[in-house]
Design a protein around this ligand. Structure first.
Ligand code: ATR
Length: 283
């Protein structure tokens, strides 16, 4: 059984679990949301050992926790652990948000894809419908955003990956949702992509996907799902290839957090001022 509020701090308790977690911006984002909406809650970043996720969730639940965000490397484990899954979490095969019901059962959701789409369409004013979209990468990050991207009805969504077979398999498993195909980087031929989204992990090593030189052109909007205080390696690459509009994933991070906040608290915070505050903080 859960209690009505955290036994330790007497507020509704939330947290993000991951490994590593020290640099997570999620506590700052949720504190800003709470202040803006006048909600009383706590939100911590919890470092969890690689084999300790289920145990950490159980302990959080017993302490009266209300909800969790889940990040690398536990999103698949959260998917397995959830008692019930939203359709979008089911599709993504991963959970980044857990809602803890009063009876202690866990609802698993995934807000990453809707966060990306909201950032692209509402914050950056891009139209996805009828557009040519190139998604780079075929791992968990790409899988998590595919269904919401296809819901926007692009003319074509091409997944390109270093390992071509993974891209083809991923495309096949989403082909019931729209026009999606998969290929390797070397099979790409540009120009012509309106929106290029980097969902690879290459940036973690400061690398960029090994793309043919003509894939990005001045009219392509290039979006990196990563973010940092400086333009990312992929944004640099895109600028060097003439792209006039390049964006990092900070807006996606705030939008996915807002969607989690909505699930937990029943109201959606205004994300604009929070994105602005974080930009100043990380500048
Ligand atoms: P994540 O959950 O972050 O997506 P993942 O499931 O391990 O992590 O997937 C990592 C993705 O980044 C994959 O698409 C991977 O390509 P492969 O499938 O060929 O491994 C891609 N990736 C990682 N490092 C890369 C690099 N240096 N260049 C291009 N793609 C890279």
């Amino acid at each position: 059984m859960t209690t009505s509020a955290c036994e330790l701090c007497h507020e509704d308790c939330y947290a993000v679990m991951g490994n590593p977690i020290a640099h997570s911006l999620s506590p700052r984002i949720h504190h800003l949301f709470a202040r803006q909406t006048g909600q009383s809650l706590s939100y911590d970043a919890l470092l969890v050992e690689a084999d300790g996720f289920a145990h950490a969730v159980a302990a959080f639940l017993i302490a009266g926790g209300k909800g969790l965000n889940v990040t690398v490397p536990f999103k698949q484990e959260a998917y397995e652990l959830a008692d019930e899954l939203s359709p979008r979490a089911q599709r993504a095969g991963a959970v980044n948000t857990l809602l803890i019901h009063d009876d202690g059962t866990l609802l698993g959701d995934n807000t990453d894809g809707v966060g990306l789409v909201r950032d692209l369409t509402r914050n950056l004013n891009l139209t996805l419908s009828g557009k040519q979209i190139l998604l780079l990468g075929a791992g968990g990050a790409a899988r998590g955003v595919l269904a919401p991207l296809l819901e926007q009805k692009p003319a074509r969504l091409l997944i390109a990956n270093r390992t071509p077979e993974r891209a083809k398999q991923l495309a096949n498993s989403f082909s019931d949702l729209g026009a999606v195909k998969g290929c390797g980087f070397q099979a790409l031929s540009g120009p012509g992509f309106d929106i290029v989204i980097n969902a690879t992990a290459a940036g973690l090593q400061g690398q960029v996907p090994d793309l043919p030189g003509d894939v990005i052109d001045p009219h392509s909007c290039c979006y990196d799902m990563m973010y940092g205080s400086l333009p990312t390696a992929f944004m640099h690459y895109a600028q060097q290839h003439g792209a006039q509009r390049t964006f990092d994933g900070l807006g996606m991070l705030v939008e996915q957090a807002a969607e989690s906040f909505l699930i937990w608290r029943g109201l959606r915070p205004d994300t604009g001022p929070v994105i602005e505050a974080l930009r100043q903080l990380t500048a």
